[in-house]
Design a protein around this ligand. Structure first.
Ligand code: NAD
Length: 443
C-alpha cells in the first residue's frame, strides 16, 4: 500500500519505518528541514533500538522516502497518517496547533479522495476539528474530493518502539465508516496475524482509549510511589511488597515500580490534558489530579534524601549522577525526573557530574544555562571526585556496578538508588550506605 506519514519524531519515524518494512511504499514528511536532511543522509535523529537498521534497509530498497513537502505528502498516497507532536499548552490542555496546521496544509493540496488517520494523542473531538479544517480548505480550493478521518492512537513505548509497533498488544482503530475499517484492517494485517488485535470502535472512544490507558499507567506509578513513601517510614521494603501484590492476577506484576516519579513525553502531558478536558465539561478528575501531585512530590524525593544525608546543607558537595534520560534505552529528556534533581542540587550549591549512555546531547540543551553540571564519558568517570552517587535511569549498564570500587571512590560512600535497582544488604556489605525509594529506612 502507499502510505504517507506526517511527523518524523519517535512515533512518526517508527511508524513510517515499520510500515515500509512489511512492504508498503512510505513517504514521511516533517517541517523540520534539518531532521529531514539528516534522514536523507542516512542519519537517525533520535535514539531507538533497531530503528537505524530498518530505516536503512527500507531507504535502500526505495520503500521509505523523506521530504519536507506537503505536495509530496498528498501526491504520494490517499492514506495519510498525522503523527506530529501534541505538547502541553500553558494551561495544560493539548496544544493542537501542529495537528490542525497539518490538516490545513493537507486540505489545501489534496487532489483525490483521501483517508486522514490521526495517530497523535489528541483529546476527544479532535477528529471532528481536523475533518472540519480539511473540508474548509478543500471547499476554498474548489476541489471535488471526499476526505474522511479516522483515529488510530499509538501505544508504542520509547526504548522498545520498533518491537512494540511490530508486535502490538492491541491496535485501536476509531472509524466513521466501513470503508476506512477495510483500509486500516488491510494495512495492519501483517502486524495482526496470530490473533486479532484490532479493536474497531467509534472515533471518540478511540481518542479516549489512549488517554485512559496512559492515565491508568500513571496512576499505578503514583500509587506505588505513595506506598513506597509510607513503607519507608514503617520499615517496610516496597520491593517485597511489589512481588507480593503483583502475584495477584487482578493486579499483575507489570508497571508497579516505585522510584523518582514518571516523566517523558507522554504521561505528564497526557494527564494534564485529560484533567483540562474533564474540567472543560465540569468533571473534576480528582484521582488524576492526585496522581499529578504525587508525581510532582516524588520527583524531589532523591534530592530530599541527599539533603538529609548531608545534614541539610549540600553546598559544595559533588554528586555523581547516573542517568539523564527519562527511562532506559532512549535519549528522550522530555520532563525527565533528572531535570528536577539537577535543578534542585545545583540551586542549593552542589555540583553534578552526569553520565548517560544516550541523552547527554539533549541534556546539554536543557541545562544550557545551569551552572554546576558537567558531563562525563563513562559511569566511572562521573564518580571521580564525587561525594555520593545518585542513580535515576535504569540503564542496563548501571544494574550491576562494582560496589567495592564505588565505596573506595565516593568520598562519602553513599548510594542513592532512585530506581530500586540494587540489593540494599549487598550494597551495604560492600561498604556503602544505601538509600532507595521505600526500602524501609526513611532518612
Ligand atoms: P516528536 O516531538 O518526537 O515528533 C513530532 C514531529 O512532528 C517533529 O519532528 C516535528 O518537527 C513534526 N511536526 C510538528 N508539526 C508539524 C507539522 N505541522 N507538519 C509536519 N511535521 C510537523 O513527537 P512524538 O514523541 O513522536 O509524539 C507524536 C505524537 O504521538 C504525540 O501526540 C504523542 O503524544 C504521541 N505518542 C507519543 C509516544 C512516545 O512514546 N513518544 C507514544 C505514543 C503516542
Amino acid at each position: 500500500m502507499r502510505v504517507t506519514v506526517i511527523g518524523a519524531g519517535y512515533v512518526g519515524l517508527v511508524t513510517s519505518a515499520c510500515f515500509a518494512d512489511v512492504g508498503n511504499d512510505v513517504v514521511c514528511i516533517d517541517t523540520d528541514s534539518k531532521k529531514i536532511e539528516r534522514l536523507n543522509h542516512g542519519e537517525i535523529p533520535l535514539r531507538e533500538p533497531g530503528l537505524d537498521v530498518i530505516v536503512a534497509r527500507n531507504s535502500t530498497a526505495g520503500r521509505l522516502k523523506f521530504s519536507t513537502s506537503y505536495h509530496d505528502a498528498v501526491a504520494h498516497a490517499s492514506l495519510i497518517f498525522i503523527a506530529v507532536g501534541t505538547p502541553s499548552s500553558e494551561d495544560g490542555s493539548a496544544d493542537l496547533s501542529g495537528v490542525l496546521s497539518c490538516a490545513h496544509a493537507l486540505g489545501q493540496k489534496i487532489v483525490r479522495d483521501t483517508l486522514v488517520v490521526i495517530k497523535s494523542t489528541v483529546p476527544v473531538g479532535t477528529n471532528d476539528q481536523v475533518l472540519a479544517a480539511l473540508q474548509k480548505e478543500i471547499q476554498q480550493c474548489g476541489a471535488n474530493v471526499q476526505v474522511r478521518t479516522a483515529s488510530n492512537p499509538e501505544f508504542l513505548k520509547e526504548g522498545a518502539a520498533v518491537d512494540d509497533f511490530m508486535r502490538p498488544d492491541r491496535i485501536i482503530v476509531g472509524v466513521n465508516d466501513a470503508n476506512s475499517t477495510d483500509v486500516l484492517r488491510a494495512l495492519y494485517l501483517p502486524f495482526n496475524r496470530n490473533r486479532d488485535r484490532l479493536f474497531i470502535m467509534d472515533v471518540r472512544s478511540a481518542e479516549f482509549t489512549k488517554y485512559a490507558a496512559n492515565a491508568m499507567l500513571a496512576l499505578r506509578i503514583s500509587f506505588m510511589n505513595e506506598m513506597a513513601n509510607i513503607a519507608d517510614r514503617l520499615g517496610v521494603d516496597i520491593e517485597e511488597v511489589r512481588y507480593g501484590i503483583g502475584a495477584d492476577p487482578r493486579i499483575g506484576p507489570n508497571f508497579l515500580y516505585a522510584g523518582v516519579g514518571f516523566g517523558g513525553s507522554c504521561f505528564p502531558k497526557d494527564l494534564r490534558a485529560l484533567v483540562r478536558l474533564a474540567d472543560s465539561i465540569g468533571e473534576s478528575a480528582l484521582l488524576l489530579r492526585s496522581s499529578i501531585q504525587v508525581n510532582e512530590r516524588q520527583r524531589g524525593i532523591l534530592f530530599e534524601k541527599i539533603k538529609v544525608f548531608f545534614g541539610g546543607n549540600i553546598q559544595g558537595k559533588t554528586i555523581a549522577l547516573w542517568g539523564l534520560a527519562f527511562k532506559a534505552n532512549t535519549d528522550d529528556m522530555r520532563e525527565a525526573p533528572s531535570i528536577t534533581l539537577v535543578d534542585l542540587l545545583t540551586r542549593f550549591g552542589a555540583s553534578v557530574r552526569a553520565y548517560d549512555p544516550a541523552a547527554i546531547d539533549n541534556a546539554r540543551q536543557i541545562f544550557k544555562t545551569t551552572q554546576g553540571i558537567t558531563y562525563t564519558a563513562s559511569a566511572r568517570e562521573a564518580c571521580d571526585g564525587a561525594d555520593v552517587l545518585a542513580v535515576v535511569t535504569e540503564w542496563l549498564e548501571f544494574r550491576s556496578p562494582d560496589f567495592e570500587w564505588l565505596a573506595a571512590t565516593l568520598t562519602h560512600k553513599a548510594l542513592f538508588d532512585g530506581r530500586n535497582l540494587y540489593n540494599p544488604a549487598f550494597v551495604r556489605a560492600n561498604g556503602l550506605q544505601y538509600f532507595g525509594v521505600g526500602r524501609g529506612h526513611s532518612n
